[in-house]
Design a protein around this ligand. Structure first.
Ligand code: G
Ligand code: G
Ligand code: NA
Ligand code: MN
Length: 253
């Protein structure tokens, strides 16, 4: 069966799950928040990477339903943690197709309300390319996202076209430095220059900076030195289920 066929109804069959990867406070080492990353277990093939199935979902019109499932699941989990006295922020990844929905804000508002979750606990990550997509609809949606009180994070920062005008226009609270720069930090003066400049730019604009893909203590040390606010990567924790996070003590904050 085609993947696209199998992906249809995957949520209803219980094949989707959210895993969560901690974002660590670079000063205290504590978990500040989590990024929700979608996982699909295909009944025959096993785990299929989101790098593979998200583009398929986008191409075949399945990303809206899957995106709704992610929003719902993230809010449900936030509420479950709240009942245990754990108050963290959760970041979800939004596709360009979701941002073009005229009622995305309403969908988010209703999911938050259904689970009694505060808007400020939810962060939306969108890629730089999507943030710069200069359509009126996208711009309006991003504006309304800010009014709802949901934070906006620019993912894979540094990989898109380098017009920075949108940073002033949009209500952005967070920049995520692309893992490509982080990977090269120890060996490349150019990568260090870019990351250092991004940290300073972000701070000058009053934004927080997150480095993604941190894998080594050297990378961590350089990023702490540069004043990067939050760190995320395999060095600290891989994406894992809510249950695995709790067992690993990563929710004791
Ligand atoms: O988890 P992993 O590193 O394999 O993710 C691969 C890609 O899939 C990343 O670009 C990530 O942003 C994307 N992705 C993961 N979960 C979601 C999701 O819930 N929605 C969307 N739109 N993309 C996601
Ligand atoms: O596009 P986005 O930044 O949302 O993608 C996040 C992806 O990066 C996820 O698939 C996640 O599993 C992966 N990831 C998270 N931490 C690391 C890391 O330290 N190294 C590598 N290579 N990938 C990572
Ligand atoms: Na992301
Ligand atoms: Mn990213």
């Amino acid at each position: 069966m085609e993947l696209q066929q199998a992906l249809r109804g995957a949520a209803e069959r219980g094949e989707l799950a959210l895993h969560y990867q901690p974002k660590i406070d670079s000063q205290s080492g504590r978990t500040l928040g989590l990024e929700a990353l979608l996982r699909w277990t295909h009944p025959q093939l096993g785990a299929v990477s989101p790098g593979v199935f998200i583009p398929i979902a986008e191409r075949f019109g399945l990303i809206i339903a899957i995106g709704d499932w992610v929003i719902e699941q993230a809010c449900r989990q936030l509420a479950a943690w709240a009942r245990e006295g754990i108050t963290l922020c959760v970041a979800i990844n939004l596709s360009a197709h979701q941002l073009r929905l005229p009622d995305l804000i309403e969908r988010l508002r209703q999911a938050l309300q259904r689970h009694g979750v505060a808007a400020r606990q939810l962060i939306c990550e969108i890629t730089e390319t999507v943030a710069m997509e200069d359509t009126e609809a996208t711009e309006r949606t991003l504006q309304q996202l800010g009014e709802l009180g949901v934070e906006l994070s620019i993912d894979d920062f540094g990989t898109g076209y380098s017009s920075l005008a949108y940073l002033r226009k949009l209500r952005v609270q967070q920049l995520k430095i692309d893992h490509g720069f982080v990977r090269d930090l120890a060996d490349s003066a150019d990568a260090r220059a870019v990351v250092s400049a991004v940290v300073q730019l972000a701070h000058a604009l009053g934004l927080r900076v997150v480095a993604e893909g941190v894998e080594t203590p050297e990378q961590r040390a350089i990023l702490v030195d540069m004043g990067c606010d939050e760190l995320q990567g395999f060095y600290f924790a891989k994406p894992m289920s809510a249950q695995a996070l709790a067992s690993a003590g990563l929710l004791d904050c």
